[in-house]
Design a protein around this ligand. Sequence first.
Ligand SMILES: [Zn+2]
Length: 466
Amino acid sequence: MKTVRKTTSRCHKCAKEVEGAIVISEGRAYIHRECPEHGVYQYLLSEHGEDYADLDRFYAEVYETASPGRKMHTWITSTTQCQQKCPYCTTDCARDEDEILWEDMNWDDLQEVLHTFERGKLSFSGGEPTLHPNMLEFFREAEKRGVSVQLATNGLKMASKEYCQKLKDSHVKEVRLSLESVTKPDAAKLGLEMHVETKLQAIQNLCDAGISVLLSPTIFKGVNEEQLYHIIEYAKDKPGIHALSVEGFSWNGSGVRMPAEMMIAPDEMMDTIFRHYCKGRRCDLFAIQKLAYAIMNVAGFDLCLKSEFMVFLRRAGNLHPLTDFIHAGRLGWMLDLWRKVIPKQRWIRGLLLLPVLASGVTFRTLPLLPVLLRLVLANRKKLDVHLYPSELLVVALNTNCSTLNADSIVIPHCISSFIFKRDGVVIHQEGVAPVLLDKEEENCRSGFWQRMQDHKWQGPESCKKD
Ligand SMILES: [Zn+2]
């Protein structure tokens, strides 16, 4: 076992803060930690040990030079009502009503959010946000104020064309729709088979209405892994689907009642993409991840090591990965040069990144440049997914933090912040999920507390005692 870097993590049983490390063992990369009482726990990060270790080092080097940047994405937990109540929801709406810890936000709360929101992207979320009585009003008000908002929904209501028209009329431009499977047998494994047809109809209706669709599947190891491929294939012929934001199941929220073995890291999901779409070397995909971390860092945004990216070009009924169009080997080599200097001043870092970018360009990239430039511009301030060029399909592979993959070096650079209401107070929490479990034991197991404490890594009292 070889140590890549040391970090602090949490015990998988008692959630106490323990020494941890990113390690390589038998060619694989893990986050390893050892509790004096409960022993060793290793969470698989990648099958490609050395390459992943290099990516990890790159990330640590780039982000250590920078204080935490801006959050790109702010989630509003508007309501905890939901028709679907998935057993793995991070918002944990699945429990009985009197056990739910959040309150629905009222119109005054929501207006206040819009008045004070500065930059980045808002996701109007839940629970199921279409069940919130002020949802349409919120989007109309956001439009007036020039705030970019996305509707994060299960999509069930959008099976009605009239409802989609209502969304369109209220300036809903982007819908993030959860879809775990495009086929019934895989959906059935998650108890969601009754929603498949409704959701596919909803996606069609949204595309017809000209509302940009971002599909957001949750992938479970050994359950619906191949759906990642099937969903990408489904999106291939629907240019109205601009992006996929894939969530690897993480052991938090309602999910702590499901087997932790179903967790899957972004790099494992990337293997599926590689297997189906890429002709080159697997290590070339790491150059793309490095580039994404470098660009976001230079742009002053946070980016989590628990996210990986791929961009596809739709052409003649096929999807072509970005690696077909760039010289990834040269790009990776130049990024390794860039990392050796990384100056503190952001603008110099940015300037030095220009020759790096140029090194990846080949004659095949040239016709793509205007499209990629449009993608960069759409992401520049407000992550405007609805402005993504329809020739592209952008795929982000993410996972949330839980006790089992906790890494204190990475957590402060979470891309998200959360707005939710509890005990009559609207709370804006930077970089941590708005998830609290009411049972201390569950708090310990899931480690939500660590993220609720604004990175101070304080466990609940009962965790400290044992
Ligand atoms: Zn322990």
